[in-house]
Design a protein around this ligand. Sequence first.
Ligand SMILES: Nc1ncnc2c1ncn2[C@@H]1O[C@H](COP(=O)(O)OP(=O)(O)OP(=O)(O)O)[C@@H](O)[C@H]1O
Length: 232
Amino acid sequence: MIRVTGLGKSFTLHNQPGRDGQGAVIPVMAGGHLDVAPGECVALVGASGAGKSTLMRMIYGNYLAQAGSIMVGDLDVARAEPRQIIALRREVLGYVSQFLRVVPRVPTVDVVAEPLLTLGVDAAEARARAEGLLARLNIPQRLWGLSPTTFSGGEQQRVNIARGFAHDYPALLLDEPTASLDATNREVVLGLIEGAKARGAAIVGIFHDEAARDRVCDRVVDVTAFTPGLAA
Ligand SMILES: Nc1ncnc2c1ncn2[C@@H]1O[C@H](COP(=O)(O)OP(=O)(O)OP(=O)(O)O)[C@@H](O)[C@H]1O
C-alpha cells in the first residue's frame, strides 16, 4: 500500500551561506526505502534528528523529494500534482500529527466530522460517527459543542485522533499518537490502531512509547540507515 524506494532529500537553507555562496545544503536522506502492506503497522525508529519526521512529511507530500518514489496506493507522491495530493489526503491517506491545528470557533464535533463531510457522507451519519469517537476517547459531551482551541493538551490530542480515525483511510501516518495520554486513553488509541489494522489499513508511525510500539507494530524500520553520514 505504501512503497518508498530510493528516496533522497536535502534542505537548502537560503538564509545561511554554503560553500559556494548560495544557501547551505543539508543532505538528510539518501536511499530511503519502506514497504507497508495493508493491515501492517511499521514503526520508524532512529536517533533524534535521523529523519523520522522528515520521512513522514515526505510521504504526506509536505516535503518534496529530490530523488526516488513514494507510492501510496497507485499515486507517486514524489511526482504528484497538488490536486492529486489533496485527493489522496481526502480519500486514501490520513495523518494524525502531534498537534491539533483547527480553524478557531469551529465546534469539536464538526472538527471531527469534517473529513467525512468532505467525502460526501450524510451529515447525520458523519455527526454520529464523530460523536461515537469522541465518546470512545472520553471527551466529555459538554465539550463537543465548543472549539477545541482551549482544550488541554491531552484533550486536543484525542480530538486530533478522533478526526484522524473518522474516515476509514486505507493508509495512515501516526506521529506519536499516545504521547500525552493517560493510561485509559492510551488504551483506547491502541485499540483504534488495532482496529484499523484489522480492517486492512497500512500504518506508518513514530512511537517513542516503546510498549505501545511493541504492541501494535509488526516491524521497525531504522531511518538511520538512510541518514547520510550516519548509515553503517
Ligand atoms: N524544514 C527543515 N529545514 C532544514 N532542515 C530540516 C528541516 N526539517 C528537518 N530538518 C533537518 O533534517 C534532519 C532530520 O530531522 P527530523 O525532524 O526528520 O528528525 P527526527 O528523526 O524526526 O527527530 P526527532 O526524533 O528529534 O523528532 C535534522 O537534522 C533536521 O535539522
